[in-house]
Design a protein around this ligand. Sequence first.
Ligand SMILES: [Fe+2]
Ligand SMILES: [Fe+2]
Length: 160
Amino acid sequence: MSRQWKPSFCSQDPQVDEDHRALFKLLDQLATHRRESDLEDLNGLLDQLLEYTFAHFSREENAMRIAGYPKLARHSEQHEAMRKALIESLRTVARGQVALPTFIQHLKDSFTYHFETDDMTFVTWEKARQAPEKKSDMPIQAGRSPRRGPLPTYSLGPGC
Ligand SMILES: [Fe+2]
Ligand SMILES: [Fe+2]
């Protein structure tokens, strides 16, 4: 089943969101090439995918470093494993050991899984870190309940 972009992938970081959406777009473009004979035509797209993926991982790790994310080392290891898996998968396709549609579907599934799990763990942590503390400027008056209302909402990155 083809997996689509979902608003729940959006984070607090517009650059991360832009990267994820661009990666989805590239994967969708790749998915339109389903025949083995398309492989040569795919070289440009695959180069873009590699370049963009590696640049995105660096930007995401940098955002985590700046934010002081405690799981940065683990996340970096996952990115490294994905880099190696991507390169190895490309080699198996080039050798004719894995069918092109299988490779593309697996790639999209593994990227989406990473967005939905590990990246979202960071997004959730970052949202909690940025949430304003629940303090009232007004002292609570005797006999009155503190104001109750909806929880604050957070603005999402452009395009989300
Ligand atoms: Fe990530
Ligand atoms: Fe990411």
